[in-house]
Design a protein around this ligand. Structure first.
Ligand code: GCU
Length: 434
């Protein structure tokens, strides 16, 4: 069962194959491990122990001392430090339509200008709200991979004018065409989200930082980095994308139609890593959801299964801070592991989702990342994760730390959205509307 579907040659499998090939060519490169029996033993850092050895036993000390310390460790060693909210930032609502999606939605489009300069850098937020719903509306926010116009065929969505190169590739080219509308719509259960009484907001991640390594010249790095040399804890792309999500939250706080106290941040894959990091730092996100986020997301770095820290830093040198590369070959020396990232969202509900064929993302590592955040959640007075063992396929766990592993591969499916909507309903005390 734990096998890739023949023909489903997704990016992960292709990458894994590429890495195995390069392992043959370069004997120093490590082969990918997919054998549970060959995962070396490891010890996780205790998420309730300070760097000075002190054990934290109260929710108050977690909040005032340990949480800031762990954020700092992730900033220094993993993702890098981001600037805060820029002073000159402006929001311009450039479109509102009350008859979008055949009358099912109100569509809003907002230009966030990071510096307030007319031709300066910025991002477009696309917002759908259920038509005629009681306002303000609880929301899901998600960064998308292919432009706002890729999530629906809706002809009213502004075509992206930003970088649309191949993900991870270096092609600087805009490829947004009328034909590309809705090209990624299978990952956005818009009708379901709206009919359950939620809004959906999305932003093209390339508006914030194009996803290729150019020495941090383009995107928000080029605008906000100060000084000639970048320090080893300067923000990488994941931090930049997470920063963009917080800027969207800044906008939500100004929009009376949006319930900014009930915003769930949800992301897939590299953008699932980003959702976790955004939710960890910015407590304004009420719920945090990572879909198939893998290495650098929910999966434990210390587990050598599927993608490793060495592999991710080699293939995507711009995602994390420079310091993270020090751990390529000595991951056990990292002062943190990903269960501590998840714990930073406590006591807010957090969800990690896996897919059984997505072995590159290490489903068991994702489960263990979520589960081992439990002690912090329990200290904060919640139930943590209500499971000791990994659940069976398609048997979701809906405690304050939620988790599921579904059939299929690396993707966002309606099954995933159903679980996230149930999760939000449960935690907001809403009744499920069928
Ligand atoms: C690659 C990468 C993963 C990432 C994924 C994605 O497979 O190795 O870490 O999650 O791309 O973002 O699709």
């Amino acid at each position: 069962m734990d096998q890739a579907v023949p023909g489903a040659m997704n990016l992960h499998i292709a990458l894994a194959a590429l890495m195995m090939m390069s392992a043959v060519l370069a004997p120093l490169a490590a082969a990918v491990n997919y054998d549970e029996a060959k995962v070396p033993k490891y010890t996780l850092p205790d998420p309730l122990v300070m760097q000075n050895g002190e054990k934290v036993t109260s929710a108050e000390t977690w909040r005032s001392k340990l949480r800031p310390e762990i954020i700092e460790l992730f900033q220094t060693h993993v993702y890098g430090k981001s600037p805060g909210r820029p002073d000159g930032m402006t929001f311009k609502l450039f479109e509102t339509a009350d008859d979008a999606l055949g009358g099912k939605a109100t569509r809003k489009q907002v230009r966030v200008s990071f510096t307030g300069k007319k031709d300066g850098p910025g991002m477009d937020i696309l917002v759908y709200l259920p038509a005629k719903s009681k306002r303000p509306v609880p929301m899901f926010i998600n960064l998308n991979f292919y432009g706002n116009h890729s999530i629906s065929r809706d002809p009213g969505i502004k075509l992206s004018t930003s970088w649309m190169g191949r993900r991870g590739g270096g092609v600087v080219k805009n490829r947004a065409t009328e034909k590309s509308r809705g090209s990624n719509k299978s990952r956005y259960a818009i009708d379901m989200i709206l009919s359950r009484g939620y809004g959906l907001a999305t932003i093209y991640y390339g508006d914030i930082d194009p996803d290729f390594h150019d020495g941090f010249k383009n995107g928000v790095h080029g605008v906000f980095d100060k000084g000639a040399a970048r320090p080893p804890d300067a923000w990488g792309s994941i931090s930049a994308w997470a920063w963009g999500l917080s800027r969207a939250m800044d906008y939500f706080e100004t929009d009376g139609d949006i319930d900014h106290k009930r915003v769930a941040v949800m992301g897939h894959s590299r953008l699932g890593k980003t959702a976790l990091w955004a939710g960890a730092q910015d407590e304004r996100f009420a719920i945090v959801i990572s879909n198939n986020s893998g290495c650098g997301g929910a999966a434990l770095s210390r587990r050598n299964f599927g993608e490793t820290v060495g592999a991710i830093n080699a293939n995507f040198p711009h995602w994390f801070c420079e310091n993270f590369k020090k751990y390529n070959k000595r991951v056990n020396d990292l002062p943190v592991d990903q269960h501590m990232l998840i714990a930073l969202s406590a006591p807010r509900p957090v969800y990690a989702a896996s897919a059984v064929e997505d072995r590159w993302s290490d489903p068991r590592g994702e489960f263990l990342g979520a589960k081992n955040a439990g002690p912090v959640y329990r200290l904060m007075g919640t139930d943590g994760m209500a499971a000791d063992e990994m659940p069976a396929l398609n048997h979701p766990i809906q405690s304050t730390i939620g988790y599921h592993i579904r059939r299929g591969g690396h993707d966002v499916t309606d099954y995933d959205w159903q679980r996230y909507l149930d999760f939000a309903d449960n935690h907001y005390g809403r009744k499920k509307k069928e």
